[in-house]
Design a protein around this ligand. Structure first.
Ligand code: ADP
Ligand code: MG
Length: 698
C-alpha cells in the first residue's frame, strides 16, 4: 500500500512543476497523483485508420483522412475572414476551414503536397468539411504509438499554457510508469474471479493507454464495476445504520381508518394501493423511523394512500404534514383532504407563501395546542418558525422538486423524535436509478391504475394542421369537455416563451370567441393563478391556456384534452407528466402533440414514444437513455451520481450485479472482518483517511 504516494502533490511529477500544477489545480481540480490518475480519457482516437473521403458521414466521431492539398484561399474581411482549403483523395474532396491562427496555418499549407488531416467532419449541402483540423505533412507524420490515443478533457486556458490533451497524455505516461506497482487491489478475490476482472493496476494502465480494444473494454468494465460496487456498499451501510439508529413513533390505531373506510371512502382501493398501504403500516409498527419512496404513475391514486397513512398516525395521537412543490398543488391537496378531514372531525390547515402574518400566528397556535392535525403546504413548511410538537408523518409530494437536504430539514420539525417520511413521486424512476439515487429510501410502487380508466390516445400533429385540431377541440367542448393548451417555458428565454404564450392565447381566443378561457403562467401572482385555476376546476372556463406550471398534480377529471404546443421542446418525462393531467375521468381522453416540421432525431424518438405507450416506467427508461441521468431533476443534489467511469443510463446491469454483491457481503460479514474482505476494509479506510481527493475514487 502506498497511500502516501497517491497523495503526492502534482508539482513533484516530472514534466509538471509548480506552474503547470497550479493550472491543473485551478482548471480541473487535480491536486495529487491520485487525482490525476483518475482523470480518465473521455474518448479515444483511432490513429491507425484512415477514412476515404467518400465514406464520411455526419455521425462519425473524429476521423483521419489522407490526401493532396489542391486548393487554398483567404476569404472575407475582418471578423469574417477565414482560410479555406481543399483536400482530395481518390474518392472525393474535403473542405478545410480555419477562422483563427490563419497566418500561421497558411504559411504551412503547400499545394500538391500530401497531408494527414484529423478532425470532426460535418456536412453542409452534401459537402463535408472540417473546421480547424489537425494537419501534418504525410512525409513528416509520426507513426503513433499504441492502438488508441487517449483524449482528455482540457480547457482553453490549459491549451494556451501548453497543457492540451496530448501534453496531458505525456504526463500521464510518466505517472503510470511510476504508479503501476503501487496501485492496490481494491476488490476481494471472489469478486475478481466471479467476473474475471482485470486487476486494478492493469485496469488503470489500460484505461489510459489501451493496447487493444478488448483490453480497453475490460478495463472500463472493471472500473465501472468497482465504482458502482463502492457506491452501493456505502448506501447500503448508511441505510442499515439509519435503520438501526433512528427510532420512530409506533402508530397502530386504526379506528379513524375504519370509520373512513366505512363511511367516506368514495371508491374501492386498487390492489396495488392496498399492498402499498400494508407495506407502509409495517414500517409504522416497527418502532423505527420510516423513510419510504412511493412511486406511482400519474393518476395512480397516491393522494388517498397518503391520506390513509395520515389517518393511522393521527389516530395514534400524532400530527401529519404534506408538502407540495407548488401553491396550486398545495391548494388542491388542501381542498380535497379538507372534505374528508372535516367529515372525520380532524383539524386541517394550509400554509403557503401567501399566508399572511396573522394567519401564520394563528396556525402556529393551533399547531402547538394540537388543534391542527394535518398541515398542508408548500416549502413554506420548511421555514424555521414551524415546529410541530407531535409531528409523526411528513408526506412530500412530487419529490423531484425537493432535494435530500430539504428532506432532512423536515426531520427537525419535531424536536422529540424524527417523523416518518413518505416521499411520493410520479416521475417513475427506473429501478436501477432509484436504487442509486434514493439508496437511503425503501421503495414502494403502485403499479396499477384505478379501474375504468380509458388509455389516453396520443397523436402527433404538425402546426399546419392546427385548424383541424381546433375543429376537433370545438367538437369535444360541445360535448361538455374541457381542454388544456400548454406552451413550453424554458428559463433562458422566458420573454420569448411569454410572447409565444400570449400569441397562442390570442389565436385561441380568436378561434373560440364564445368560450370563456383561463390563462395561467409563471409571471402571474399566486392569487391570480389560483383564481384562474379555480374557474377552470369549476368548469366555468373551457380551455386552460398555460405554461408548464400546471405540470404537476392538478386534477380536473372533466378535462379530457391536452394539446402541447412546441412539443419537441419538452423532455419525455415532462410530456408524460403533462399528459397525465387528462385521462382522469370516465371519458376518452386525447393528447395532441403539436410541432413544426423541423424536429431533431431525438425529438422524433420522444414523440414516437409518447404515441406508442402510456407506461410511465417505459417512458422513464427511454428518457434516461436519451438524456443521461445527470438531467433527471433532483438527482444532482444527491451527490451519488458524481461518477467517474460508470454511467447509470448505460450500466444498469452492472449496477444491479454490484448492488447484489454488496448486499451479499454486508449480509455475510457486516463488519467486513473476514480476511477475504480486507481489500474492502483497506479501501474504505484509505478513503476515510485521505478524504480530501483520493476519495473521489468511490
Ligand atoms: P396521483 O397518483 O397522480 O397523485 P391522485 O391521487 O391525484 O393521483 O388520484 C387521481 C384520481 O383518481 C383522483 O381523482 C382520485 O380520487 C382517484 N382515485 C384514486 N384512487 C382510486 C381508486 N382506487 N378508484 C377510483 N378512483 C381513484
Ligand atoms: Mg398527485
Amino acid at each position: 500500500m502506498h497511500p502516501g504516494f497517491f497523495n503526492t502533490k502534482l508539482e513533484y511529477l516530472r514534466g509538471v512543476g509548480p506552474q503547470k500544477a497550479a493550472t491543473l489545480n485551478k482548471e480541473l481540480e487535480l491536486f495529487t497523483y491520485g487525482d490525476l490518475i483518475q482523470h480518465y480519457p473521455f474518448r479515444y482516437e483511432d490513429r491507425s485508420r484512415f477514412y476515404d473521403i467518400g465514406d464520411l458521414t455526419d455521425d462519425l466521431p473524429y476521423v483521419q483522412v489522407k490526401g493532396h492539398l489542391v486548393y487554398k484561399e483567404l476569404i472575407g474581411e475582418g471578423p469574417k475572414k477565414r482560410l479555406m482549403a481543399r483536400l482530395r483523395d481518390q474518392t472525393g474532396e474535403l473542405e478545410l476551414v480555419w477562422f483563427q491562427g490563419i497566418k500561421w496555418v497558411q504559411s504551412r499549407l503547400k499545394l500538391q503536397h500530401e497531408y494527414v488531416v484529423f478532425g470532426k467532419a460535418s456536412s453542409f449541402q452534401g459537402k463535408f468539411s472540417i473546421a480547424h483540423p489537425e494537419l501534418e505533412l504525410l512525409a513528416e507524420a509520426q507513426p503513433t504509438a499504441g492502438f488508441l490515443q487517449p483524449v482528455y478533457h482540457t480547457t482553453e486556458t490549459m491549451k494556451r499554457r501548453f497543457l492540451d490533451s496530448r501534453a496531458l497524455g505525456r504526463i500521464m505516461r510518466t505517472l503510470i510508469e511510476l504508479a503501476k506497482d503501487k496501485i492496490p487491489e481494491t476488490l476481494p478475490h471472489h469478486l475478481i474471479d466471479k467476473y474475471r476482472l482485470m486487476s486494478k493496476a492493469e485496469a488503470m494502465m489500460n484505461i489510459h493507454f489501451p493496447e487493444r480494444e478488448d483490453l480497453l473494454q475490460r478495463a472500463r468494465f472493471r472500473l465501472k464495476y468497482e465504482e458502482l460496487f463502492y457506491v452501493q456498499l456505502r448506501l447500503l451501510r448508511q441505510h442499515s445504520v439509519q435503520k438501526e439508529t433512528f427510532r420512530g413513533y409506533i402508530c397502530s390505531n386504526v379506528e379513524l381508518i375504519t370509520r373512513f373506510y366505512n363511511d367516506h371512502l368514495p371508491f374501492d382501493l386498487t390492489n396495488a394501493q392496498k399492498r402499498v398501504i400494508r407495506e407502509i403500516f409495517q414500517d409504522f409498527k416497527s418502532g423505527r423511523q420510516m423513510n419510504r419512496l412511493l412511486q406511482g404513475d400519474v393518476g395512480s391514486g397516491k393522494t388517498i394512500v397518503a391520506f390513509i397513512c395520515m389517518l393511522l398516525v393521527i389516530g395514534s395521537g400524532y400530527q401529519a404534514c404534506m408538502m407540495a412543490p407548488t401553491e396550486i398543488l398545495a391548494d388542491q391537496h388542501y381542498t380535497s383532504l379538507k372534505e374528508f378531514a372535516e367529515a372525520l372531525g380532524i383539524g386541517i390547515g394550509k400554509l403557503t407563501g401567501s399566508t399572511t402574518k396573522r394567519e401564520r400566528a394563528y396556525l402556529d397556535e393551533m399547531l402547538q395546542n394540537g388543534q391542527i392535525q394535518i398541515l398542508v403546504g408548500t416549502h413554506a413548511l420548511l421555514e424555521d418558525w414551524i415546529e410541530f410538537p407531535k409531528l409523526g408523518l411528513c408526506v412530500i409530494d412530487e419529490q423531484h422538486r425537493f432535494g435530500v437536504a430539504q428532506r432532512a430539514r423536515l426531520w427537525g420539525k419535531n424536536p422529540e423524535m424524527p417523523p416518518h417520511v413518505l416521499v411520493m413521486t410520479a416521475t417513475p424512476i427506473p429501478r436501477t436509478l432509484a436504487m442509486t439515487v434514493y439508496g437511503d429510501l425503501d421503495v414502494s410502487v403502485i403499479d396499477e391504475l384505478p379501474p375504468g380508466r380509458k388509455p389516453i390516445r396520443t397523436v402527433h400533429r404538425f402546426d399546419k394542421h392546427r385548424l383541424r385540431v381546433f375543429g376537433f377541440l370545438k367538437n369535444e367542448i360541445e360535448k361538455g369537455r374541457q381542454a388544456y393548451i400548454v406552451y413550453p417555458l424554458i428559463e433562458e428565454s422566458e420573454t420569448l416563451d411569454y410572447k409565444d404564450l400570449m400569441d397562442g392565447y390570442e389565436s385561441v381566443s380568436r378561434y373560440f370567441p364564445d368560450y370563456p378561457l383561463s390563462i395561467v403562467h409563471g409571471k402571474m401572482k399566486a392569487r391570480e393563478k389560483d383564481y384562474e385555476m379555480a374557474r377552470f376546476v369549476k368548469g366555468e372556463t373551457k380551455i386552460m391556456v398555460a405554461t408548464t406550471v400546471i405540470e404537476v398534480g392538478v386534477n380536473v377529471p372533466n378535462a379530457s384534452i391536452m394539446i402541447i404546443e412546441n412539443a419537441e421542446k419538452f423532455g419525455l418525462s415532462q410530456l408524460h407528466q403533462l399528459r397525465g393531467r387528462v385521462g382522469r375521468g370516465a371519458e376518452q381522453s386525447f393528447c395532441i402533440l403539436m410541432t413544426g416540421y423541423k424536429i431533431s432525431k431525438e425529438g422524433k424518438i420522444r414523440l414516437a414514444t409518447m404515441e406508442r405507450t402510456n407506461n410511465g416506467f417505459e417512458i422513464a427508461d427511454i428518457d434516461l437513455k436519451l438524456r443521461g441521468p445527470g438531467d433527471l431533476s433532483g438527482t444532482q443534489q444527491s451527490g451519488v451520481l458524481n461518477l467517474l467511469v460508470a454511467d447509470i443510463a448505460q450500466d444498469g446491469k452492472i449496477l444491479q450485479e454490484a448492488r447484489h454483491d454488496a448486499q451479499q457481503i454486508i449480509a455475510d460479514d457486516p463488519n467486513l472482518s473476514a480476511p477475504e474482505h480486507q481489500p474492502i476494509r483497506h479501501h474504505i479506510d484509505s478513503l476515510r483517511k485521505d478524504a480530501t481527493n483520493w476519495s473521489r475514487i468511490s
